[in-house]
Design a protein around this ligand. Structure first.
Ligand code: SAM
Ligand code: SF4
Length: 345
């Protein structure tokens, strides 16, 4: 049964749920083996690095799972200056990384024009791709930033279950989040989406729906992060995601989505000291080293004990090497721009 599913090219929701239910060690190994084959075929042995700058922890939103939520009054807020952002961008570039991710809470006090200026300054100075991860903004802002040189936008749908979406986001609608992803796509951004695995009341069917929504949106990048409770959020007492389960979800996502970038997330490295290595073995082909400088990085506390390595490049290079993988020297553009999908695996 499980082997039959793994031999299919297109997996349906029922197939994905069956794989998510795998408990037997041999079955789980078969899933990881298949994910590794698919990763090799569509992504090769390269690991793409994306250097993150978390430039502001101000946020207008109140997502129930996140420590940066607006109502968390115990968090000391910061916003890096343009000079600090540029200096950090230079460090990323000097480390040989060709993608810079600008991430923040939904900080509406950073105007569209200010962000556009940061994008232009980085692009003028360094030969890099820029990914934005700034939450939902106006269509006109997305347009302005694309024109300024942004290449990609990461905006996770978080859950594809509309009821849960409205609960986690206090009445907001999943269809609006999807509309923003469609706006971004229509403007020519490479888009990234994904979910959080292990949120309260989430079912296996919901997770299968998350993977299938990434497929339906034809995303260039799909990120599946384990839920880790933040002590400063309403979900402080909820259970964290099991590491083996998030690895299984990533492996199944690789089998279903094929030619997309999948990161071994910082949350995974927070759950398990060998999370990056295990993620690379479970279908991941991207690592996103965090370059946010002190004293800010401690204050970007999305969840408890977020991993912040001082010598991050050392750990990342070791992780890739230990899995026999090579660090890419390219910008790691969308695999959909460069590969053709073949139907005869
Ligand atoms: N504000 C932007 C947004 O929401 O898209 C970007 C920053 S937000 C901190 C980045 C991601 O953190 C979210 O997409 C969400 O999936 C993840 N996140 C937030 N709280 C989390 C938690 N407790 N455990 C795991 N991931 C979490
Ligand atoms: Fe804000 Fe993003 Fe956290 Fe939601 S997930 S509270 S939008 S930083």
């Amino acid at each position: 049964m499980l082997k039959n599913i793994l031999n299919k090219f297109e997996l349906n929701k029922g197939d994905i749920i069956t794989l998510l239910q795998a408990k037997d060690e041999n079955e789980i190994n078969l899933i990881f083996q298949k994910a590794d084959e698919v990763r090799k075929k569509y992504c090769g042995n390269e690991v793409h690095l994306r250097g993150i700058i978390e430039f502001s922890n101000y946020c207008e939103q109140n997502c129930l799972y996140c420590g940066l939520r607006k109502d968390n009054s115990s968090l000391e807020r910061y916003r890096m200056t343009i000079d600090e952002i540029l200096q950090t961008a230079e460090k990323i570039y000097e480390a040989g990384i060709k993608t810079i991710v600008l991430q923040s809470g939904e900080d509406i006090t950073c105007t569209g024009n200010e962000i556009a200026e940061i994008i232009r300054l980085i692009k003028n100075e360094f030969d890099v791709a820029i990914t934005l991860s700034l939450g939902e903004r106006d269509y006109e802002d997305y347009k302005l930033w694309k024109k300024a040189g942004a290449d990609r936008y990461l905006l996770k749908h978080e859950t594809a279950n509309p009821k849960l979406y409205s609960i986690y986001h206090l009445g907001q609608m999943l269809q609006d989040r999807i509309q923003h992803l469609l706006y971004l796509k229509s403007l020519g951004y490479q888009i990234g989406s994904g979910n959080i695995v292990g949120l309260p009341n989430q079912t296996l069917e919901d997770i299968a729906g998350d993977i299938l929504l990434c497929k339906q949106l034809d995303v260039d990048m799909a990120s599946f992060s384990p839920f880790i409770p933040s002590p400063d959020s309403p979900y402080r007492k909820q259970k964290r995601c099991d590491v083996n389960f998030i690895l299984l979800v990533m492996a199944i996502a690789r089998i279903v989505l094929k030619n997309v970038h999948i990161p071994a997330t910082t949350a995974l490295a927070t759950l398990d000291p060998e999370g990056r290595e295990k993620g690379l073995r479970a279908g991941a082909n991207v690592i996103m080293p965090n370059f946010t400088p002190a004293p800010y990085k401690e204050k970007y506390s999305i969840y408890a004990n977020k991993k912040t390595d001082d010598n991050i490049m050392h750990y990342v290079i070791e992780a890739a090497a230990s899995e026999g993988r090579i660090i890419s020297e390219t910008k790691g553009q969308s695999l959909k721009l460069s590969t053709e999908v073949t139907q005869n695996e």
